[in-house]
Design a protein around this ligand. Structure first.
Ligand code: PLP
Length: 417
């Protein structure tokens, strides 16, 4: 029995009905934009491992940095002890942020970074003696993670709000203020409910796991204005959009809007190891300062500021400085727009859209995602349709030929669905 067959009796897969889930493919190694399977097949990766491997797999600069750090010290606890990669990373991230987004809280996953953002937004008010403002305003189609606190601010269907009633905290979820009707509803909601609210949370420019749905910078400007008017904390969840994915290093740059809290993860370590940050303004941070331990932020994951992860993240930032990532994203964007456009004429296709290094072909419905995945495998590409979309979020280092193989596979597979 192989390790895969033996372990298959014991693992529990993500988002899977285990009764019918097919055996996953055994991966031997990765290189650049390629996944090499144990049986020798090589797949071109269209997803970059859930949007993390922005520099491609096995970038030597990250590998060397992690190897050096591993030799010196894999990790030490963050309470009372300091590791240099984490302190350096905090300094660098703060320098990259606009305004007074200066305080970096480390965690180990995107969901937990969002949990921390919620805690900061709510406790900041409690610390100032403001009670009753414990709700977070979130948006339909949004996704912020799988922990209970973040499920509560996901789209109600995505977050399984009705199934988990009684367990999840309740937060208001409204449509994004995109058009006249939704803007009016948003404004009416705020006027009525603002006294219950601590914060507004949004994935800026792209609602990723909710189906890669785009919105314009005006929406973000509107949210900033509303947050200012009602004194709300504005949280941008850039866990998906951060580090170049939308065409700018951070999505907020395209709107000229500065949030009060930003969450980052995924591409932070270039896909090397789990690490996340919640970055807050000095203004929020100062509300936690007092002579009492009661106003401190009570959070501290065991692997907080993991030294290997921070070494990887620092190396990833070096690469953003030394290699032309944003130019590559612009080239990928143009190529995807050109090569996916013909899909618009294929049967069952509802929309084709591209932003930065995100290419989406939206179908009226996908009835057999497993069947589609098999067809993509036969084409030698790793593409996983979900909901009603077939999408690409490749490594920024994907070559034009590799990208053409990905877009060509989509065109061919959707031609004969
Ligand atoms: N926020 C956004 C915008 C995400 O896309 C994700 C993951 O897809 C998360 C939060 C949760 O991150 P994680 O899966 O690391 O907990």
């Amino acid at each position: 029995m192989t390790w895969l067959e033996e372990g298959w009796r014991h693992v529990w897969l993500p988002y899977a009905q285990m009764q019918t889930a097919p055996l996953p493919m055994a991966v031997a190694r990765t290189q650049g934009a390629r996944i090499i399977l144990e049986d020798g097949r090589e797949l071109i990766d269209g997803i970059a491992s859930w949007w993390t491997a922005c520099h491609g797999y096995n970038h030597p600069h990250i590998q060397q940095a992690v190897a050096r750090q591993l030799e010196a010290m894999p990790h030490v606890m963050f309470g009372g002890l300091a590791n240099q990669p984490a302190y350096r990373l905090a300094t660098r991230l703060a320098a990259m942020m606009p305004g007074d987004l200066n305080r970096v809280f480390f965690t180990d996953s995107g969901s937990v970074a969002v949990e921390v953002a919620i805690k900061i937004a709510v406790q900041s008010r409690l610390n100032k003696g403001e009670r009753g403002r414990t709700k977070i305003l979130a948006f339909s189609g949004g996704y912020h993670g799988d922990t209970l606190g973040t499920m509560a601010i996901c789209d109600p269907e995505e977050g399984m709000h009705s199934l988990y009633t009684g367990l999840l905290p309740e937060h208001p979820v409204v449509p994004l203020p995109k058009d006249e009707a939704s803007i009016a509803a948003f404004e009416a909601f705020l006027e009525r409910e603002h006294k219950t609210l601590a914060a507004i949370i949004v994935e800026p420019l792209v609602q990723g796991a909710g189906g890669m749905v785009f919105h314009g910078p005006k929406v973000l400007q509107r949210l900033r204005k509303a947050a200012d008017e009602y004194g709300l904390t504005l949280i941008f969840d850039e866990i998906f959009t951060g580090f170049g994915r939308t065409g700018s290093l951070f999505a907020f740059e395209q709107a000229g809007v500065v949030p009060d809290i930003i969450t980052l993860s995924k591409a932070l370590t270039g896909g090397t190891s789990p690490l996340a940050v919640t970055i807050a303004t000095d203004r929020l941070f100062e509300t936690f300062l007092s002579d009492s331990p009661m106003t401190a932020l009570m959070h501290g994951p065991t692997y907080m500021a993991h030294a290997l992860g921070c070494a990887a993240a620092n190396a990833s930032l070096d690469i953003f400085e030394s290699e032309p990532r944003l130019a590559q994203v612009a080239a990928i964007s143009a190529q995807m727009a050109k090569e996916l456009e013909p899909c618009r004429r294929l049967p069952g296709v509802k929309d084709v859209r591209v932003m930065g290094a995100i290419g989406v072909v939206q179908m009226h419905e996908i009835t057999n995602p497993a069947g589609l995945r098999q067809k993509f495998l036969k084409e030698g590409v790793w593409i996983r349709p979900f909901r009603d979309i077939v999408y690409l979020t490749p490594a920024f280092t994907v070559s034009p030929e590799e990208l053409s193989r990905l877009t060509g596979a989509i065109r061919r597979v959707l031609t004969t669905p």
